[in-house]
Design a protein around this ligand. Structure first.
Ligand code: SF4
Length: 346
């Protein structure tokens, strides 16, 4: 019998694939879309609880489009990559305003929406609309680079193009939803990053990566570059009621739209900042231990400077900020290190 890649994946999916994840129930474009965005760079086991909370609060695209951005980001806090949360909100508004709340049944139109790339558009189209469309998430990349023993980093244009061509040519003529889910599941549960279960993989007899004796060499890693180190001081300004001063960062750039501590370069700048922005003279300033926060492209060393002054919120100019009570937290989207610092102070 001749080998068919898609029939093999489909056969395996019917027997072993995951069919009980929350976004696999009551399938709609909205539910699939939210799950796809959450699952980018985040594990299924982490996403489930976030997804369920999110669906409870925003059961459909209209509810999400109507929400305040702060509330959306608050429910996103902990998932990281906040641009995804902001784009999700912007996309919901676009679907409501441009398409009366119905996701367009057209790959190109889906791709025009904020935060939806080619693979996410294909996942929405194949899983919730039954369209023939190939996805290319991390799982699929891993399976294909191993199956064909493709040399080179998949981020390179030529390799990326080759992978898309393969994925499109391998997609079956039917059962698109099952095939897409099967590819995701096979990558997530069998062809895993560090310990592929080749012994029970249905693709093994034809897999060139397995035949090479070292399938985990694929996909080849990105050529290494040292991450630069950056430094900052975060001002944790505390009033006599134990509240901390936070401000909302600009929408564009790092931690866009999230609430954070003000940042300065040194102690002198800290004093000047406190006078100019809040009109206050500190009673006490203490350095707290520096910690490192790592982004995809650099390390940030954060040194917190704890500032106390006599008086409550009313004794300083409010500025553009918010007095945050860590024991009665308000529903704000917080930058990850800020959340960590606030917790460490409880
Ligand atoms: S045989 Fe191994 S390397 Fe090849 S696809 Fe299956 S799990 Fe991945």
């Amino acid at each position: 019998m001749t080998f068919s890649f898609s029939d093999t994946v489909l056969g395996w999916y019917h027997q072993h694939g995951r069919k009980h994840l929350p976004w696999q129930q009551d399938i709609t474009p909205y539910r699939v879309w939210v799950s796809e965005i959450m699952l980018q760079q985040t594990q299924v086991s982490t996403v489930i609880a976030y997804y369920e909370r999110f669906m409870q609060r925003f059961p459909d695209v209209f509810a999400l489009a109507k929400a305040e951005q702060d509330e959306v980001l608050h429910l996103w806090t902990g998932l990281g990559y906040y641009a995804r949360g902001r784009n999700l909100h912007a996309c919901a508004k676009a679907v409501v305003n441009q398409y009366d709340g119905h996701f367009p049944e057209d790959l190109d139109a889906l791709e025009q929406l904020p935060g939806i790339g080619r693979s996410t558009a294909a996942a929405i189209a194949s899983i919730s609309m039954g369209m023939r469309a190939a996805i290319m998430d991390g799982n699929v990349k891993r399976v294909l680079t191993r199956f064909y023993a493709i040399e080179g980093w998949p981020g390179q244009t030529a390799i990326n193009k080759q992978l898309w061509q393969l994925a499109e040519s391998l997609a079956p003529e039917h059962s698109f939803r099952e095939y897409t889910q099967g590819m995701m599941d096979l990558g997530a549960t069998l062809c895993t990053r560090s310990k592929p279960a080749c012994g029970i993989c249905p693709l093994q007899p034809q897999c060139a990566g397995y035949a090479s004796g070292n399938p985990t060499q694929f996909p080849n890693p990105k050529p290494k570059k040292e991450k630069p180190e950056k430094h900052t001081i975060m001002l944790m300004i505390e009033n006599s009621a134990g509240e901390r001063w936070l401000y909302q960062r600009p929408q564009q750039g790092l931690w866009g739209g999230l609430w954070s501590f003000p940042e300065v370069a040194d102690e002198q700048e800290a004093l000047a900042w406190l006078r100019q922005n809040l009109g206050l003279e500190p009673r006490e300033m203490n350095w707290l231990p520096t910690f490192r926060h790592t982004f995809s492209h650099y390390h940030l060393h954060i040194q917190p400077l704890h500032v106390r002054f006599n008086g409550g919120a009313q004794t300083v100019q409010q500025g553009q900020g918010h007095w945050y009570n860590p024991t009665k937290p308000s529903e704000l989207g917080l930058a990850a290190p800020v959340k960590k610092l606030l917790r460490s102070q409880l």
